[in-house]
Design a protein around this ligand. Sequence first.
Ligand SMILES: Cc1cc2nc3c(=O)[nH]c(=O)nc-3n(C[C@H](O)[C@H](O)[C@H](O)COP(=O)(O)OP(=O)(O)OC[C@H]3O[C@@H](n4cnc5c(N)ncnc54)[C@H](O)[C@@H]3O)c2cc1C
Length: 409
Amino acid sequence: MIHTDASRDAADAQLARFVAHAGADYARDRNTDSGQGNHKNVSTLSPWLRHRCLLEDDVLTAVLAEHTPASATAFVQEVFWRGYFRGHLEHRPSLWTRYCTERDAAWVHAQSDTPLQRRLDTARRGETGIACFDHWAHELTATGYLHNHARMWFASIWIFTLELPWTLGADFFLTHLLDGDPASNTCSWRWVAGLHTTGKVYAARSDNIATFTNGRFPRTPGLASDASPLEESPLPPVVAPAIEADATLASPCRLGVLIVESDCQAESLTLPSTPCSVLTLTNPCQRAVEALSESAADFTRMALIDASERAATAFGVHTNSDANSHWEAAIREWIATEQLDVVAVARPPVGWVHDRLQPVLAAIEDAGTCVTRISRPHDRVVWPHSAKGFFKLKKQIPSILAKLNLPAG
Ligand SMILES: Cc1cc2nc3c(=O)[nH]c(=O)nc-3n(C[C@H](O)[C@H](O)[C@H](O)COP(=O)(O)OP(=O)(O)OC[C@H]3O[C@@H](n4cnc5c(N)ncnc54)[C@H](O)[C@@H]3O)c2cc1C
């Protein structure tokens, strides 16, 4: 069953339940999609990881306390796929803007192409007649979660068998996934489509689906037999992500901490001084063309409220929450009321939070308030290895674990 309680307590409880299975069990069983309500062979931690209620390092610490790095290799590598995709997008912010532009164009085009619109609706409602695909469309909309293998098959069938625009498939995922993430989602859809590793697609095969669904879908006829990679124009050159050094403050000042949906663990940020106030923006961002599903919006809101309460306790301050959509007005009013000199915020990653927050932070800086964007140690260490393929990063996992003071084997 997928957990809809976004609190840190619920995340810790699920981590504690799963940790014993993160070694040999995970390595053996992780590729099997056991079906809705039965995903016990994988951690189902992704909604908390995506909002950083749990940090990657929290999960790695718990797992490596019970398993050697060798016995937990498969699980540790999967966690690093997340950091890899985040770092990959930070090196290529144009992938995100290109995705948004192409998605919007595909959406507009579909409005005037009735047969295409009908095919899209049929796919999204899970009425294509392809049993496994229809099942996953229903599972996604009902639970906000799909097993990784199901996401791969679904995306492959969407692109190559149903011949629908990949950006609208990625958008459908972002509307419903509790763990909807700009980096993991965009890069994974691109990977299936043959745009991530140039020329290499992921083709869904009937026998593979039958095997890894424990025979629930014994035959899937009609899958595209010739999955040719999609093509695109060359991307701009890779840029190394700008990561600010840890902030230091020359003189005592009033520091406020801003909490947004991409990082719900303010209490563990490396802050330049003790904060006197916290503001949490609980209005979820628009991340897809259509409104976010109710369950995904609720999860995000609950994660933020829980983060706000934890920060209040940790810093011994009163917290302010703002549920309105006008972030700039809320932040300006907070700065004025609390007479803040500095605003600290976990560095917003490339994606919808950055798109919404960055202009607001720039305006606030222009108005004279200092803003410090705090990077997580995990990102600082992982991102430099994410410019190229995952296999380059994979080789560095022992040295990355050592740098993060985690058991490296
Ligand atoms: C088309 C497609 C779209 C995807 N969209 C998203 C998304 O929007 N958000 C998201 O978090 N993941 C996405 N993934 C990656 C992956 O499917 C999920 O992270 C995973 O299924 C989450 O389930 P879990 O927590 O039980 O994973 P576990 O198998 O228990 O793995 C532990 C953690 O490692 C990370 N992880 C595992 N596999 C991957 C992977 N392949 N790529 C990146 N991180 C991984 C996740 O944070 C996960 O919680 C997508 C994959 C595909 C193929």
